[in-house]
Design a protein around this ligand. Structure first.
Ligand code: GLN
Length: 202
C-alpha cells in the first residue's frame, strides 16, 4: 500500500508519548485521539498504558466510550498495552467500583495481578508468533489474562503459564509495555492489521 497508515493513540491519560514516538519511528502517521471526530479519522487505535480506571472515566466524560465500542465492533484494529489491555477486555477483575471497559476481547483480565513484591519486573519472553530474538518485557503493576475465550489466540505466557499477550482478530493486547523497551514487533503486527483494515475501507 502506498502511503503510511493513519493510526490514533487514545490520549486521555497514560504513556501516550512513547506510543506516538514508536509508531512514528515505524513510518506511521500518528494522531492523538480525544474526540469522536478524531477517532473517525484513523484506521487503528492504540490504548496506552496508564491507569485503566482513569482512562475509563475520562472516556465516558469525553463521550468516547460509545464511539470506541462502535469502532471496535466495526472491526477497527486496536492494540492495548497494560491498562489498554484492561480496557479491551470484556471482563475486568479487581476493577475499582463501577469500572467499565470498552471490551471486544473475549478475555477476563485481573488488574494489578502480581502483588506488591513484584509490582514491576522485567523478563524475557519467547514468543513464537514474533520469532527471534525473545521479547524483553517490562511489567508495571500489570494485569494478567485469567480467562481467554475460544477465538482468542494466546501469544505469550510467563513461565508459570500466566497469559500476558493475546490476539483476537485485529485486537491485540499485552500485559507489558513494548513501547518503553523499544520493542517494535507488536506495533508492526498492529500496523499490518491497520493496513489491511485501511485497504478494505478504501
Ligand atoms: N495498574 C494499572 C491499571 O489498573 C495498569 C498499569 C499500567 O498500565 N502500567 O490500569
Amino acid at each position: 500500500m502506498a502511503g503510511s497508515p493513519r493510526v490514533g493513540v487514545l490520549a486521555l491519560q497514560g504513556d501516550v508519548r512513547e506510543h506516538v514516538a514508536l509508531l512514528s519511528g515505524l513510518g506511521a502517521e500518528v494522531a492523538l485521539v480525544r474526540r469522536p471526530e478524531e477517532l473517525a479519522a484513523v484506521h487503528g487505535l492504540v490504548l496506552p498504558g496508564g491507569e485503566s480506571s482513569v482512562i475509563d472515566k475520562l472516556s465516558r466524560s469525553f463521550g468516547m466510550q460509545t464511539p470506541v465500542r462502535e469502532a471496535i465492533a466495526g472491526g477497527l484494529p486496536v492494540y492495548g498495552t497494560c491498562a489498554g489491555l484492561i480496557l479491551l477486555a470484556d471482563e475486568v477483575l479487581d476493577g475499582i467500583r463501577g469500572q467499565e471497559s470498552f471490551g471486544g476481547l473475549d478475555v477476563a483480565v485481573r488488574r494489578n495481578a502480581f502483588g506488591r513484591q513484584t509490582e514491576s519486573f522485567e523478563t524475557e519472553l519467547a514468543i513464537a508468533a514474533l520469532g527471534e530474538p525473545p521479547v524483553r518485557a517490562t511489567f508495571i503493576r500489570a494485569p494478567i489474562v485469567e480467562r481467554a475465550g475460544e477465538r482468542v489466540e494466546v501469544l505469550a505466557t510467563l513461565a508459570d503459564g500466566g497469559i500476558v499477550a493475546v490476539e483476537q482478530g485485529r485486537l491485540l493486547g499485552t500485559s507489558f509495555h513494548p513501547e518503553v523497551d523499544g520493542e517494535t514487533r507488536f506495533h508492526q503486527r498492529f500496523l499490518a492489521h491497520v493496513r489491511a483494515f485501511a485497504a478494505e475501507a478504501a
